[in-house]
Write a protein that binds this ligand. Structure first.
Ligand SMILES: *[C@@H]1O[C@H](CO)[C@@H](O)[C@H](O)[C@H]1NC(C)=O
Ligand SMILES: *[C@@H]1O[C@H](CO)[C@@H](O)[C@H](O)[C@H]1NC(C)=O
Ligand SMILES: *[C@@H]1O[C@H](CO)[C@@H](O)[C@H](O)[C@H]1NC(C)=O
Ligand SMILES: *[C@@H]1O[C@H](CO)[C@@H](O)[C@H](O)[C@H]1NC(C)=O
Ligand SMILES: *[C@@H]1O[C@H](CO)[C@@H](O)[C@H](O)[C@H]1NC(C)=O
Ligand SMILES: *[C@@H]1O[C@H](CO)[C@@H](O)[C@H](O)[C@H]1NC(C)=O
Ligand SMILES: *[C@@H]1O[C@H](CO)[C@@H](O)[C@H](O)[C@H]1NC(C)=O
Ligand SMILES: *[C@@H]1O[C@H](CO)[C@@H](O)[C@H](O)[C@H]1NC(C)=O
Ligand SMILES: *[C@@H]1O[C@H](CO)[C@@H](O)[C@H](O)[C@H]1NC(C)=O
Ligand SMILES: *[C@@H]1O[C@H](CO)[C@@H](O)[C@H](O)[C@H]1NC(C)=O
Length: 472
């Protein structure tokens, strides 16, 4: 029955693609952009019961779809009707868009044998060296991340590790959810990416990507379930996204090449780590980034540039951002800083990178800790502008303060009194139209607006800067 159905599907498909090619001349004459062809995974034998693996039918549908793509028909949709599809890694091919319908879910397998041998290819959905690819349709891809929690812990969950295989070391040894490696012209829109076991949406050495109307949800207490990691990739636009997850929400990294032209707008973020985090892999250039109209809620850190490996970050605007940042358990990096900028080298063998030309404008923050700006002897921060900011400092959790956090590596955690702006190794800082308010909490006895490390900060301009305490 199954064989017959599959055979019929293939016949139907070849008929469809033949009838397409016989009319393609006409299409070119009359319809320069024909509607994309659609192929349903059900026609290829997918059970969609969430129990039986549908890997083979899904992959056959993708391969057949990709085969219909040509110079004149750049895309083909693989349709997932409303069901649950359990699968091992599926490989997205050039020209294919996964069209996961509303109420349809692709479920990633939770077994080691569901993933390829090479750990760098452990994803539920993976596109490699492909062009004109996408994911859309209103449905869901779910990594079943909760199955990877070995022990639930409010502080930080302990996760399963597949490190015994030797595929990877340490405790970061689990599959990611969706990956694009060496791809171009990617569009991910109108899809929910839920419970990744590890990183969620990962761009690697890719170019020209749009991520729009994407919802990302991961367990708040699970480590490493980053939202979107933009690694060694250029020309990325992220807009209208909603990210609620344990680890860094939007995280550009440079490991083997630079990251140019990243635009993030109109997003809502909550994370137990950094909402925006550059690094920590930071071996090459980060340049020309814009972050605009972003709401950050109850996160451990707001806007962070954590350059540890000799790369240079420059020409970035952070505008129209509202946020609240608070303390969580110190096993997570972050100390409630709304803004965190550092070039402190990772260790003695690391080069010092530089950070220059940053503009922070129209920022409202309510935070349990201040802004941290820490260049290093070999890597000063230069030309930083803070314009139109309302900063409110108050405490609402019981976690202890009085520490600055240089992790990973560098000086680790260091005792230091909370400051409104903590500054070291900076050349050129402008603070303009900035109002800083301190909750008048007697037990705290804090109100240290500007804290300069002597002789390391040069060329300072303060214009319309106010700092005062207020009655809570
Ligand atoms: C493997 O992962 C476990 C769990 O995270 C960890 O305790 C252990 O140290 C790791 N072992 C190796 C060899 O990395
Ligand atoms: C970028 O990708 C989109 C598809 O997402 C495509 O329409 C556009 O032509 C591409 N731009 C370039 C410059 O290739
Ligand atoms: C990004 O642009 C830089 C500078 O042009 C280039 O060196 C790098 O190869 C590009 N990366 C990709 C993935 O295209
Ligand atoms: C970055 O964007 C600018 C302006 O659109 C463009 O000229 C430049 O080529 C882009 N850089 C890369 C590496 O693609
Ligand atoms: C800001 O982003 C929100 C979505 O988070 C959107 O509703 C709103 O229209 C955007 N505002 C502007 C001025 O674009
Ligand atoms: C930030 O708050 C202000 C004042 O409440 C509001 O006008 C603005 O739209 C908010 N911006 C964002 C990005 O939420
Ligand atoms: C960073 O800039 C410095 C100074 O211009 C330069 O020497 C260094 O090579 C740059 N680093 C990288 C990774 O491009
Ligand atoms: C800061 O607060 C003042 C007074 O309430 C308001 O006029 C201004 O627009 C606010 N600025 C920002 C960036 O929210
Ligand atoms: C900052 O806010 C002001 C007042 O709301 C607005 O006129 C200005 O365009 C904003 N600046 C940027 C860079 O968005
Ligand atoms: C001082 O800093 C400002 C702002 O960063 C910059 O525009 C100016 O060129 C600097 N002046 C000198 C003398 O370095």
């Amino acid at each position: 029955m199954f064989e017959l159905q599959l055979l019929l599907s293939i016949l139907t498909l070849s008929f469809t693609s033949q009838s397409y090619s016989s009319t393609s001349q006409l299409s070119i004459l009359h319809h320069p952009k024909p509607n994309p062809l659609s192929i349903s995974v059900i026609d290829f034998g997918a059970a969609g019961d969430g129990v039986k693996y549908d890997t083979v039918p899904i992959q056959k549908a993708i391969n057949a779809c990709s085969a219909t793509v040509s110079k004149h028909r750049r895309q083909c949709h693989v349709i997932f009707p409303p069901r649950k599809y359990l699968t091992a890694t599926i490989f997205l091919k050039s020209g294919v868009v996964l069209d996961i319908h509303k109420k349809a879910t692709i479920l990633g397998g939770a077994k080691l044998e569901d993933y390829p041998k090479d750990q760098s290819r452990w994803y539920v959905v993976l596109a490699e060296d492909a062009a004109d690819v996408g994911i859309t349709g209103g449905g869901e891809i779910n990594g079943q991340g909760l199955k990877f929690v070995q022990r639930f812990d409010e502080k930080k969950n302990v996760m399963v590790s597949w490190n015994h295989t030797g595929a990877c070391l340490g405790d970061e040894c689990r599959p990611r959810l969706v990956g694009f490696i060496g791809c171009r012209n990617i569009k991910v829109s109108d899809v929910r990416l839920i419970e990744p076991a590890y990183w969620c949406l990962h761009l690697v050495r890719s170019d020209n990507t749009t991520i729009r109307d994407v919802t990302i949800y991961g367990n708040f207490n699970s480590p490493n379930n980053d939202g979107i990691d933009v690694e060694d990739s250029n020309n990325t636009v992220i807009t209208r996204c909603n990210i609620n997850t344990g680890d860094d929400a939007i995280c550009p990294k440079s490991s083997t090449g630079p990251v140019y032209n990243l635009t993030v707008t109109d997003c809502w973020i909550r994370t137990k780590s950094s909402a925006i985090k550059l690094g920590s892999a930071s071996f090459y250039t980060f340049r020309n980034f814009l972050f605009d109209n972003i709401t950050i809620v109850e996160s451990h850190r707001g806007l962070a540039l954590q350059i540890r490996d000799g790369g240079n970050a420059s020409d970035m605007t952070f505008s129209n951002i509202n946020m609240s940042t608070r303390y969580y358990h110190p096993s997570w990096w972050g100390r409630a800083e709304p803004i965190y900028v550092t070039t402190c080298p990772r260790d003695a063998s690391s080069k010092a990178g530089s950070i220059s030309n940053l503009l922070f404008v129209n920022i409202t923050a309510t935070s349990e800790n201040g802004i941290f700006l820490s260049g290093s002897g070999g890597g000063v921060l230069s030309n930083l502008k803070f314009i139109n900011m309302n900063l409110t400092y108050k405490r609402w959790t019981k976690f202890p303060d009085g520490l600055v956090d240089y992790r990973p590596g560098c000086q680790q955690l260091v005792n230091h009194q909370t400051a409104g702006f903590m500054m070291e190794h900076i050349d050129g800082i402008v603070v303009e139209n900035v109002v800083m308010k301190w909750s008048n909490d007697q037990s705290m006895r804090w109100n240290n607006p500007l804290d300069f490390r002597p002789s390391t900060v040069n060329n300072i301009s303060l214009l319309n800067f106010y700092s005062r305490s207020y009655q809570q």
